[in-house]
Design a protein around this ligand. Structure first.
Ligand SMILES: Nc1ncnc2c1ncn2[C@@H]1O[C@H](COP(=O)(O)OP(=O)(O)OP(=O)(O)O)[C@@H](O)[C@H]1O
Length: 240
């Protein structure tokens, strides 16, 4: 579904991603772990071109999206993104937050989008919040809405950028549960997270990044129980 070739990204003279090549197949749940500043979020944000790569190509669903002629908005509609800080529209009700994009882009008529919103809210147990505003919700509820909002566009892929890092600990579980449900339904997912339990349980593959490179990758049990590189061993010793 995604093919990354020789991706590099610099901010000024700071090289943040250093010649990354990676392939993500449909249905995979790829979890990215690594120390702070290793380039995890930048890598994720390059996948939907929220950051413009300095070099390299990204192919999504057979189309090279790093080609400047490609309509980036059309590509992004097919990739749902969930951010650490939710990024809901504060001046709109939850219902409007969810229905805005599908209606604006012509994916659904307003009634269809509304019915879809009600269905999605039911799935995350928040039907009664349809007419509330984001500031009336807890962090965990906001993040569940952010996931639902991304889902409403019927994306082919979901990108999660540290979705639980801004949450109070007691709210982490409810968000991870929604993500696990999505994973069970077969969604292709790329998740940057510090939740090692989630990586182990849900990841079909875990990538360990350090200093702008993917230093080691494997299926979770192997990666966590038998880390090969010294850098991964040192990282796991600190976080586990
Ligand atoms: N817009 C930007 N302008 C300049 N430097 C940036 C920008 N975004 C990220 N960086 C730098 O790139 C490096 C990698 O950042 P990134 O957020 O990708 O790391 P990360 O692995 O996701 O870290 P964390 O786990 O702390 O979120 C950091 O040194 C960061 O300061």
């Amino acid at each position: 579904m995604i093919d990354v070739k020789h991706l590099s990204k610099s901010f000024g003279d700071h090289l943040v991603l250093d010649d990354i090549s990676e392939h993500i197949a449909p249905g995979e749940k790829v979890v990215i772990i690594g120390p702070s500043g290793s380039g995890k979020s930048t890598f994720l944000r390059c996948l939907n071109l929220l950051e413009t790569p300095t070099a390299g190509t990204i192919t999504f669903d057979g189309k090279e999206i790093t080609d400047p002629k490609v309509n980036i908005d059309a590509v992004r509609r097919q990739m749902g993104m969930v951010f650490q800080h939710f990024n809901l529209f504060p001046n709109m009700t939850i219902r409007k937050n969810i229905t805005l994009a599908p209606v604006r882009t012509g994916l659904m008529k307003p009634e269809e989008a509304d019915a879809e919103a009600v269905k999605l809210l039911g799935r995350v147990g928040l039907t009664d919040k349809a007419d509330a505003y984001p500031n009336q919700l807890s962090g965990g509820q906001k993040q569940r809405i952010a996931i639902v909002r991304a889902m409403a566009m019927k994306p082919k892929l979901m990108l999660f950028d540290e979705p639980t890092s801004a949450l109070d600990p007691e709210m982490v579980g409810e968000v991870l549960e929604v993500m696990k449900q999505l994973a069970r339904e077969g969604m292709t997912m790329v998740v940057v997270t510090h939740e090692m339990g989630f990586a182990r349980e849900v990841g079909s593959r875990v990538l360990f990044m350090d200093e702008g490179r993917i230093v080691e990758q494997n299926e979770p049990r192997q990666l966590f129980d038998h880390p090969e590189s010294e850098r991964l061993q040192g990282f796991l010793a600190k976080v586990l």
